[in-house]
Design a binder for this molecule. Structure first.
Ligand code: SF4
Length: 409
């Protein structure tokens, strides 16, 4: 049996984008991955399997004929919606935007409400950000807001939290892993009251009130003692909406204004490039979500062109999902399909079996496995990803290029 090793392999299966993996091949199959990571081990060893068939009448299509089918449906649709998801390369996301432009279609990102809330809070307040290298080497206090790193980024602690010089950890609403010292301050805060908690923390910091719960007082004392700190925001905090994000960002700014220590923020992304979809759409159109192309010009309106509203009101007659999308948008699609059977076509271009039943699915190569491209690490560093195995399926980037050519008038 032929064994070979590939070193310094970059991984695109979560937004840590580790670049230090060693893959061991036996013949052409990947047999093991080092260092151990539950997600990378599973994804790299999955190999190329035949896609399972869809239940209840959905059609799995492939190759040139499959692309022609999607092309014909896109050309016939009155108001197509291109949903640009995560788990795919930045290049594919950009091609999906160009496809929407060619079609005069709407384009939205997987978590458009979240993207918009974040973009608005960021524009109005802004926060200093840092690289993961700085997090590991400089930071002495880390606050994890509502994030379970072990589940979504299995090697985050090992790679980016200083092991030799462990920082003080404050974990808000999240169980810390066993390897973290007992001295970690664990705080449980009611998510419904998060806005009030943040306002209270800011008021106490500015000496505008002394009325604060003992737990928040202890948290603030630890924060004010830091020389260099970082607040890491998980998805559920990002989903809390504009008010919470604005208060959190202002809190970081005020810690920097009032105290001597430096504070930074870091947003977490679960699936690789899912947050980057909003950045790609912004770069191409000026808007992070809810865009419609009219005569090559991008128009932005959350009340008119967001995926949720277009689907809820039944105004789009074809949804083309490119990559993996947010569970809430999936729910909207599912509700619509259940309630208005047959009125809206739902087509998927992705490597994974869709969670809800599409009318048509064209399985493509998996980004990071048999498709290359660029992944955006969670601190914004672009990482080139090379395919590590061959595939008979069509690549997503190639499929999108052919669709763009195919829908040309
Ligand atoms: S932590 Fe993420 S990027 Fe690193 S090896 Fe595991 S899945 Fe890949």
């Amino acid at each position: 049996m032929n064994e070979r090793r590939e070193r310094s392999v970059a991984c695109a299966f979560c937004s840590c984008c580790c670049t230090d993996l060693e893959l061991v091949y036996q013949d052409r199959c990947i047999k093991s991955v080092k260092p151990a990571c539950s997600i990378a081990g599973r994804e790299f060893s999955a190999g190329e399997s035949d896609p399972p068939s869809l239940k209840r009448g959905g059609v799995v299509i492939s190759g040139q004929k499959g692309l022609q089918t999607i092309c014909a449906e896109l050309r016939a649709a009155k108001l197509p919606l291109i949903l640009i998801g995560g788990g795919i390369s930045l290049e594919s996301q950009r091609s999906a935007v160009l496809l929407a432009k060619k079609l005069g279609a709407c384009a939205d990102t997987p978590a458009s409400c979240q993207s918009l809330a974040f973009a608005r809070a960021f524009a109005e307040s802004g926060i200093p950000m840092l690289t993961l290298g700085e997090l590991r080497d400089r930071v002495d206090t880390v606050v994890f807001w509502n994030t379970d790193q072990n589940q979504i980024h299995p090697r985050f602690w090992e790679r980016f939290i200083g092991v030799n010089r462990p920082p003080r950890i404050i974990s808000v609403n999240f169980e810390i892993p066993e390897q973290i010292p007992d001295s970690c301050l664990h705080i449980s805060l009611d998510m419904q009251q998060m806005l009030a908690h943040l306002i209270q923390l800011r008021l106490v910091l500015r000496n505008e009130t002394q009325q604060v719960s003992p737990v928040l007082r202890e948290m603030l004392a630890t924060l004010r003692d830091a020389h260099c700190g970082c607040m890491i925001f998980g998805e559920s905090l990002l989903e809390s909406g504009y008010g919470v994000l604005f208060e959190a960002f202002r809190f970081i700014q005020e810690l920097n204004d009032i105290d001597k220590g430096r504070w930074f923020g870091l947003m977490l992304d679960g699936e690789v490039n899912s947050a980057a979809a909003a950045d790609v759409l912004s770069l191409e159109t000026g808007y992070p979500a809810a865009v419609r192309f009219i005569k090559d010009e991008a128009e932005f309106s959350t009340t008119e062109w967001s995926a949720k509203r277009l689907i809820q009101r039944g105004e789009t007659d074809l949804v083309l999902q490119v990559g993996q999308i947010d569970a809430r948008i999936q729910k909207e699609i599912e509700n619509h399909i259940t309630n208005y059977t047959g009125k809206m076509k739902y087509m998927v271009l992705d490597s994974k079996t869709p969670l809800i039943q599409p009318s048509t699915w064209l399985p493509v190569r998996r980004f990071g496995l048999d498709e290359g491209g660029t992944a955006m690490r969670m601190d914004g560093l672009p990482i080139p990803i090379q395919p590590v195995q061959e595939s008979r399926k069509i690549g997503l980037a190639e499929a999108l290029t052919r669709l763009i050519e195919g829908v040309e008038p």
